[in-house]
Design a protein around this ligand. Structure first.
Ligand code: ADP
Ligand code: MG
Ligand code: MG
Length: 208
């Protein structure tokens, strides 16, 4: 991956969030405050603008800039969480023009660790962690098996989507949805759904 491809990833994520904003809002209306689609749409629109205004030269800088922008532009829980993940991932990468799939796997690992540190959510708590953790597992397993970026990203995207679907029967233990207790059961977690879109965007731009 190079900086141009990382930028394409962020643009594809922005497009997916724009197209899926209505559904994300619907999910967040059921178990939250109905702003997840708007929050991420505003945030990723700002990310694209920031990257277009001064395109970074390394993948590391692209991810750090995207994360910093999300942190400053998204007020909800998801802004700091997505922002922290991207900043930590970017900081874990070498400042080289291109990064290898194994380096990206390590960066995604650092991103998940940062989300878990900040939000305190474990797998099963019905949050974005329930999509991110299986996606990372799938990405790491694919890379360890010799897969290239495209195949690894495809595996991660499938695992993220399945992980998001698996949040439906869970009872939320973190975030706003946790206030609903039992009533959070039966709905997909909006942050897990958007994390699915984020990994699908990586798969979309990584096809060889
Ligand atoms: P808010 O809840 O502040 O309105 P959003 O609606 O933008 O923020 O984002 C909600 C999503 O954030 C949830 O669906 C969940 O995936 C994620 N989230 C909330 N709290 C946590 C947490 N402590 N750890 C991980 N993810 C969380
Ligand atoms: Mg919300
Ligand atoms: Mg909110």
């Amino acid at each position: 991956m190079d900086a141009a491809l990382a930028g394409d990833w962020m643009r594809a994520a922005a497009a997916a969030v724009a197209a899926g904003a209505g559904r994300l809002t619907e999910l967040d209306t059921a178990i939250g405050d109905g702003d997840h689609g708007a929050n991420l749409h505003r945030g990723f629109t700002a990310v694209v603008a920031a990257l277009t205004e001064s395109p970074p030269q390394t993948v590391s800088e692209v991810l750090v800039k995207a994360g910093t922008t999300l942190m400053s532009r998204v007020g909800g829980a998801s802004g700091p969480l997505y922002g922290t993940a991207l900043r930590a991932a970017g900081k874990a990468l070498p400042a080289t023009p291109t990064v290898e799939p194994a380096e990206l796997a390590a960066a995604l690992h650092a991103g998940l660790a940062a989300v878990r540190r900040l939000g305190g959510a474990a797998p099963g708590d019905k949050t974005m962690v329930d999509a991110y953790a299986p996606a990372l597992d799938a990405f790491e397993t694919a890379v360890a098996g010799g897969a290239g970026l495209g195949a690894a990203a495809q595996a991660a995207a499938g695992a993220a989507r399945a992980g998001a679907e698996a949040t439906v029967p869970m009872r939320a233990r973190k975030g706003r949805a946790s206030y609903l207790g039992e009533r959070s059961i039966g709905h997909q977690d909006p942050g897990a759904a958007s994390t699915g879109l984020f990994f699908a965007a990586l798969a979309e731009v990584s096809q060889a």
